[in-house]
Design a binder for this molecule. Structure first.
Ligand code: FMN
Length: 196
């Protein structure tokens, strides 16, 4: 059992709630870093859609470049930076696909055009021009005209990042910042502080 008093998700929630009140845009935006099968790191922003003691959730195209990286290497990092708070959170973890039913539920909650877009976009593949994408969107609108009944593409869904290390970084005067790390060791969270 995790020690709830030490579990960093509680501190994450405190900071995330504060960011949600203060950040102008996308307090749930996070940088996701993955490693490709030729050992090159890649980073991009994604949106956090859920979090709990099991991990952090986002949705994407499983066949995108990030999806390919994740297929060959399950080690990933997340980075949240909230300018309004002068705070950063870094997460290290192991990623896994969400259960299809959870992905279905989230997919069905999305706007009709976002669901159509998921069908139309072969994310990270080359487009000849914008028109090619627009034509595909029209094609899938005709294919799935019932807004209440668009199936989830098999190549689109959620990922869960099972975290084992989280660092909370907080700006302090004169760059004497506070860095607090939580690391899971033998199923217990250890907490320590790093020099800024
Ligand atoms: C603020 C922001 C949020 C984003 N959220 C997502 C997201 O939740 N899922 C996603 O697939 N792409 C998202 N993107 C686009 C990604 O950054 C990226 O362009 C895309 O996923 C393709 O990445 P890849 O080629 O590395 O797979 C977002 C971009 C920005 C700027």
């Amino acid at each position: 059992m995790l020690d709830r008093n030490l579990n960093p998700i509680i501190q994450f929630k405190d900071w995330f709630d504060l960011a949600s009140k203060n950040e102008i845009n996308d307090p749930n935006a996070m940088c996701l870093s993955t490693i490709s099968n030729d050992n090159k790191p890649h980073s991009r922003m994604v949106l956090l859609k859920d979090f709990n003691e099991k991990g952090f959730v986002f949705y994407t195209n499983y066949e995108s470049n990030k999806g390919k990286d994740i297929y060959s290497n399950k080690n990933v990092c997340l980075n949240f930076h909230w300018k309004s708070l002068l705070r950063q959170i870094r997460v290290e973890g192991i990623i896994e696909k969400l259960h299809p039913e959870v992905s279905d539920k989230y997919f069905n909650s999305r706007h009709y055009l976002s669901r159509i877009g998921a069908w139309a976009s072969n994310q990270s593949t080359l487009l000849e021009n914008r028109e090619e994408l627009e034509n595909k969107i029209e094609y899938f609108k005709k294919k799935y005209p019932d807004k209440e009944n668009v199936p989830r593409p098999p190549y689109w869904g959620g990922f869960l990042i099972n975290y084992h290390k989280i660092e909370f970084w907080e700006d302090k005067p004169h760059r004497i910042h506070q860095r607090t790390v939580y690391e899971l060791k033998d199923n217990n969270w250890e907490q320590y502080t790093l020099s800024p």
